[in-house]
Design a protein around this ligand. Structure first.
Ligand code: DOR
Ligand code: ZN
Length: 358
């Protein structure tokens, strides 16, 4: 009999899609990520979006200042593309050494995307800059068109916008963030080398029934919205395939409990406290734990041209229940994704300041 693996040592992972927010929320959520990941690609959708290299430098300093002693974590910064972003700004970003991507939010598509791009032709100058410098275009790949059904918005974006964009900018390198559909993984495969995709834990583990059956589950609501089971299976197959164009990006996106459990709840799953456990569970389901190390630490770094991380993290097979709540100073707490539900893996913290996470 083949013995199931019950302990895994991985190179320190990279979270290549992450929302850290600012101020009290930043101080509350950053330690959760930093105890599992060595680096994170930090999304720029703050209420005042991070649209310049100067703003990214200041945000980076605030993140480093919020890091508890004893935890090392490298924030990899991104710029928020607007209709006004210039190629010159992109060149400044590249020269900084700490900005690694520019994020395209089609205006109106998700949280704090109102200042996003209203037409791709408006960002051709910035895309020229990305193509010339080799900085990555990170894409929220959904249309905001009210005529398009929410479950079709990713597939329509690929066909209507991303395919023509890749033709026009032959040297552009793109990450399709939080891919959610079979069409998405097929698109990445067809363009491999210049297009890659990140996968969230929730899209690998859940389908839309988990959002809508037996009551509405607000903590499973994120954008792009969860899809049908056949899409989940296509994602799981791709993520565990060992192909270098597929890697981890949690899209951990904290909102206070009141903002999630509301008549008009915000989109976002706060997966940071148990991100590694959740990915391990998905890979275990697919019988592909051997592919977990390169998915979490390897493929993404290579696509972004980052040097490998140092150190390791350890996962052990253990039944436990993740934290039920993450306190935020002066605000309602954040409820982690799958709070209080049984988990089958446990990540040993990279290092932990005294009293943290108890
Ligand atoms: O669910 C999401 N939450 N999707 C996004 O694209 C944005 C994110 C957020 O910032 O809350
Ligand atoms: Zn995101």
């Amino acid at each position: 009999m083949h013995q199931p693996l019950d302990r895994l040592e991985l190179p320190t992972p990279d979270d290549l899609h992450l929302h850290l927010r600012d101020e009290a929320m930043l101080r509350a959520v950053l330690p959760w990520t930093a105890r599992q990941f060595g680096r994170g690609l930090v999304m720029p959708n703050l209420p005042v979006p991070v649209t310049s290299t100067t703003a990214a430098a200041a945000y980076r300093e605030r993140i480093l200042a919020a890091l508890p002693p004893g935890l090392d974590f490298e924030p990899l910064m991104t710029l928020y593309l607007t209709d006004e972003t210039t190629a010159e700004e992109i060149r400044r970003a590249k020269a900084s050494g700490f900005v690694h991507a520019a994020k395209l939010y089609p205006a109106g598509v998700t949280t704090h995307s109102a200042a996003g791009v209203t037409g791709l032709e408006r960002v051709y100058d910035a895309l020229d800059g990305l193509q010339d410098t080799g900085l990555i275009l990170s894409v929220h790949g959904e249309v905001a068109d009210p005529q398009v059904d929410i479950f079709d918005r990713e597939a329509v974006f690929l066909e209507r916008h991303l395919a023509p964009l890749l033709e026009r900018f032959a040297g552009l390198r793109v990450v399709l963030e939080h891919v959610t559909t079979a069409e998405g993984v097929a698109f990445v495969r067809a363009n491999r080398g210049r297009v890659a995709a990140t996968f969230t834990p929730q899209h690998l583990l859940l389908n839309r029934n988990h959002l809508l059956v037996g009551g509405l589950h607000p903590h499973h609501y994120c954008l792009p919205v969860l899809k049908r089971e056949d899409h989940r299976l296509a994602l799981l197959q791709a993520a565990t395939s060992g192909e270098g164009c597929f890697f981890a990006g949690t899209d951990s996106a904290p909102h206070g409990r009141d903002a999630k459990e509301s008549a008009c709840g915000c989109a976002g799953c706060f997966s940071a406290p148990t991100a590694l456990e959740l990915y391990a569970e998905a890979f275990d389901e697919a019988g592909a734990l051997d592919q977990l190390p390169t998915f979490l630490a390897g493929h993404g770094a290579r696509f972004y041209g980052l040097k490998p991380t140092t150190g390791t993290v350890t996962l052990v097979r253990e039944r436990w229940e993740g934290p039920v709540c993450a306190p935020v100073e002066g605000q309602k707490p954040v409820i982690p994704f799958r709070a209080g539900e049984p988990l089958s893996w446990r990540a040993l913290p990279r290092s932990s300041p005294p009293g943290f996470g108890e």
